[in-house]
Design a protein around this ligand. Sequence first.
Ligand SMILES: *Cc1c(COP(=O)(O)O)cnc(C)c1O
Length: 364
Amino acid sequence: MNTESTMQFAFSLIATPTPHDQIVASIANPVFGRVFTDHMATVRWTSALGWHDAKIEARRPFQIDPACAVLHYAQEIFEGMKAYRGEDNSVSLFRPFENAKRFRASAERMSMAELPDALFVGAVESLVKVDRDWVPGGDGSLYLRPFMFATETFLGVRASSEYLFCVIASPVGPYFKAGKTAVTVWVSDRYTRAALGGTGAAKCGGNYAAGLSAQTEASANGCDQVVFLDAAEHKWIEELGGMNVFFVMDDGSLRTPPLSGTILPGITRASIIELAKREGIVVSEEPYAFETWQADAISGRVREAFACGTAAVVTAIGAVRHAAGEFTIGDGGEGPVTQRIRATLTGIQRGKIADPFGWIHHVA
Ligand SMILES: *Cc1c(COP(=O)(O)O)cnc(C)c1O
């Protein structure tokens, strides 16, 4: 018997959970990532015991030793996913097994223990069930953050022999300021995100730490986000700090950079490709040079551009700024194709549109 995939979560629920009216007030208009639910899921791994000690318990601080491996060598990975409340009050997840699979791939790249998919999804589902009242309705959702880090107390440089897997949850509204229809992006000629052979395709905290300088540069130049170019030639468009990127061409086709090993394989990206193909839209996964993007935006060959990911869903790119200038995409606002893709995807996620793909995972 595979004990890991049939492992049960022990529940030690909070004695005095947040009162219902207080939950309703705190999920009404939450700032992204500031408000958290009452509980968390944890599972431990040691080289001696494998996965064990699966729990749902009160959300609380961890106690870790100052020599805890993650604090020194950054063995840490995470996922980002959402639970949605439908109009019929049902709660569902979007393709959670895709997150589980990617989490295993990230673990493998970072030499960490690989959590079985059933345990990953079981942890997320158990937490959502317990904190179900915290799932906002309407345009909101419950953002779920599964993560894992090295917990061994040891300063030697090697893979840790102990890990802690945890899931926390945070009710969220829109990622960007309400009413903002398109973002301005910055293209840095100084910083890159990932090189071939590096960790670009893994969802690890270190990639984000390395991207913060570019984000600071973007903010200083009045931009919302960074578009990274490839590290080798500094020529090809890769992705944003936490989102993939698509272009809408004048022939109606979509274009997105290929998963070359330096780009995070977004589940939103994959879903948009499947949605588009089903609608008969041609999608090309071909390298696209930044200079060509600029020329195509000016000539009108590129009509729209958008960024996509779980947190920000689908967000139009209205303008692109770099050290030598700036250009606008379309009329600088959200174009019709971007709008339609966003509406279809969020419609499926929220159960307003039939799901022909089997992407929706209901939480009983
Ligand atoms: C998480 C992430 C994405 C988006 O992935 P989704 O599965 O669509 O949420 C894109 N790029 C980076 C760098 C990411 O970390």
